[in-house]
Ligand binder design. Structure first.
Ligand SMILES: Cc1ncc(COP(=O)(O)O)c(C=O)c1O
Length: 364
């Protein structure tokens, strides 16, 4: 691929290596297994848990978008995180951002810790706190920036230089920003994680997850766990995510434009007490004057759908306390500000006036 501009990569990131027909999209190779030309020979494809041409072309696209050399496509973001945590062994220590996506907290607290790994949550935006928490057995720092839902920002390059000095791995969940706005590998991260279900897929119709790295040794280890655990993305779902990515740059432009206007409008509303918007992408978190107003909005919106998830063309509104963060311990939620007055809006690509009118009607 000659062109390196990310807008073009979204459209042409990978081609079908086996294409003899001129098809402009990569076909769905709906095959579980592949015939060998002769004993000891392979076409490069043996069994779809290991390699599949449709998934491979998607993986090449995502690797190119994140500036990595390898990307692994998973059935969900959570399965990507499970495999990522296989890089950490019993007796080792992980530092993680304190308001990670609730499902990530559930995995770390109930699955990873059971393997004898200690996990310490802190504000990774506080660089000296991260430095102080680093111990001899610290294996990795896992950062979400901005965090979900409190939009806390971490200086990824600063964390990376701390990690590099000590030989600690740095993992970044880049679901919210996407490679259009943030490329953590270029800031020193070792592995980037995505819930591909969100902006990459972009249509609220397919679950997917990704791990991306530019480190050959890590890629080999991750691929070993990937084929062994078997949480790979199916061919048809790979096709759908690849199709979604073709419009990623365009969607992120429109979504950011819409989200900026929605956030600015929310700021002017007497019943809205605070608005958190990082200036890019489509996630807007806000607090209402009381819990009744929050519930009134959830019950009153019509264009915006009251549903979990984010990052699609449809605007969705979520009640983190009851949905995405229901499994986060109550004291932690309170400390973070995840209260019954907090709502998280994923702004879509609809006409912005319709999104604002919907919120306005719901607030009446
Ligand atoms: C930031 C973030 N990371 C990871 C995940 C998990 O991804 P999935 O739902 O695709 O398993 C989510 C899901 O909401 C998320 O928001």
């Amino acid at each position: 691929m000659q062109t390196q501009n990310i807008n073009t990569l979204c459209v042409h990131g990978a081609r079908d290596e086996n294409n003899r027909t001129g098809a402009v999209t990569v076909p769905v190779y709906q095959s579980a297994t592949f015939a060998h030309p002769s004993v000891g020979e392979s076409t490069g494809y043996d069994y779809s848990r290991l390699q599949n041409p449709t998934r491979e072309s998607l993986e090449k696209t995502v690797a190119a978008l994140e500036g990595g050399t390898d990307a692994l496509a998973f059935s969900t973001g959570m399965s990507a995180l499970s495999v990522l945590m296989e890089l950490v062994s019993s007796g080792e220590h992980v530092i993680a951002s304190c308001d990670l996506y609730g499902g990530s907290v559930r995995l770390l607290d109930n699955v990873v810790k059971r393997r004898g790994i200690s996990v310490q949550y802190l504000q990774t935006g506080d660089i000296s706190a991260v430095e102080q928490a680093m111990k001899d057995n610290t294996k990795a720092v896992f950062v979400e920036s901005p965090t979900n839902p409190m939009m806390q920002i971490t200086d990824l390059a600063a964390i990376s230089s701390l990690c590099k000095k000590r030989g600690i791995l740095m993992f970044v969940d880049n679901t919210f920003m996407t490679p259009i706005f943030q490329q953590p590998l270029s800031l020193g991260a070792d592995v980037v994680l995505h819930s591909g279900t969100k902006y990459l897929g972009g249509h609220n119709d397919t679950l997917a997850g990704f791990l991306v790295t530019a480190n050959a040794e890590l890629s080999e280890k991750l691929r070993f766990f990937y084929k062994t655990i078997g949480a790979c993305l199916a061919p048809w779902d790979s096709f759908l995510i690849q199709r979604g990515i073709k419009t990623l740059a365009l969607r992120m432009e429109r979504i950011t434009d819409n989200a900026k206007k929605v956030a600015a409008w929310l700021e002017t509303q007497p019943k809205i007490q605070s608005v958190l918007y990082p200036g890019k992408s489509g996630m807007v978190t806000f607090t209402t004057d009381n819990a009744d107003t929050a519930r009134q909005i959830l019950g009153g919106v019509k264009t915006i759908l009251f549903a979990e998830s984010l990052g699609g063309v449809e605007s969705l509104i979520t009640y983190p306390i009851m949905q995405t963060h229901a499994d986060v311990p109550v004291d932690v939620r309170e400390q973070l500000g995840i209260t019954d007055r907090l709502l998280r809006l994923s702004v879509g690509i609809e006409a912005v006036d319709d999104i604002i009118a919907d919120l306005e009607n719901a607030l009446l």
